[in-house]
Design a binder for this molecule. Sequence first.
Ligand SMILES: *Cc1c(COP(=O)(O)O)cnc(C)c1O
Length: 354
Amino acid sequence: MEIRIVRNQNPKQKPADNELGFGKYFTDHMFVADYNPEKGWHDPRIVPYGPFEVEPSCMVFHYGQAIFEGMKAYLNKDGEAVAFRPFANIRRLNRSAERLCIPQLDEDMVWEGLRTLINIDKEWIPKSKGTSLYIRPFVIATDNSLGVRPSDTYKFFIILSPVGAYYKEGLKPVKIYVTDKYVRAAEGGVGFTKTAGNYAVSLYAAEEAQKKGYTQVLWLDAKERKYVEEVGTTNIFFKISGTLITAPLNSGTILGGVTRDSVIALAEEMGYTVEQRQLSIQEIYDAHEKCELEEVFGTGTAAVISPVGVLNWNDNIIEINGGKMGEFSQKMYDLITGIQYGTEPDKHGWIEKI
Ligand SMILES: *Cc1c(COP(=O)(O)O)cnc(C)c1O
């Protein structure tokens, strides 16, 4: 596969590492490929990052046929650019594509596009501790049509954004609001995909929770409003009497996180029992009552581990581990980030050099 390269003649000034935040700055280049039924995916190219033209009738604006991924590249301790389990993300992109009637992407095209792009913009990978280069591959439907049907044409992009250390002041546990009023995903729907609409539907509940002083919403299952599913854009784990419990993936309502999968593998290696099963919010509150609820944490690419300090379910407010980050959460955060930055051995072959 030949990737055409058009260099940016006006490279931007790079922001300072302490100003990065999340997803605010973009590098000098982007990867683009087009799809039509005659040629399939074609014309893979790297061009200057910037606007592109589409018509107002472009299908993605109307019916949301759009999917994305989120992963990171790191500079390891030897100054090499590496990615964490990138093929897990590429395969997940194709699972999302299938469900949204978007043609499958060639895994090699995505990986080669990503590698070439990151190597061209390598200077954009920030160097300070905890920083990384966030990678956002995405596909949009591009037919100009108002008919409700799958588009015939698509565009695939990869854009890059240098991001700051998620936790500037250490891992501060967040306050989470349990909602039984709104739902994120129902069985038979698209909860297991990273499709744009899943995030649009989550905003209203998250805003309501934020007005009450909470960082995010904990979603319950759509049918019974009983079993815990996810928090915002992270999977969620509960440590009860030494056992780790997280929602199973078989309902199709949960995004199968790469971080979730990594935490399960590493925890089992450490000798913990990990149960992937339905866990009711009542069971969690009962465990808290019996002083058996030890830790609660979210897992996702952006934060890696996001400890939960407070839960509010119908104004029953409980504090977990004295509102402090738990021992297991800290250990897991240190281990995964250590593997990512190359200070811990990569026993699973999760690190790919870029
Ligand atoms: C992306 C995402 C996650 C976390 O997935 P990772 O692969 O660990 O980053 C969890 N839940 C939702 C809803 C997500 O969109």
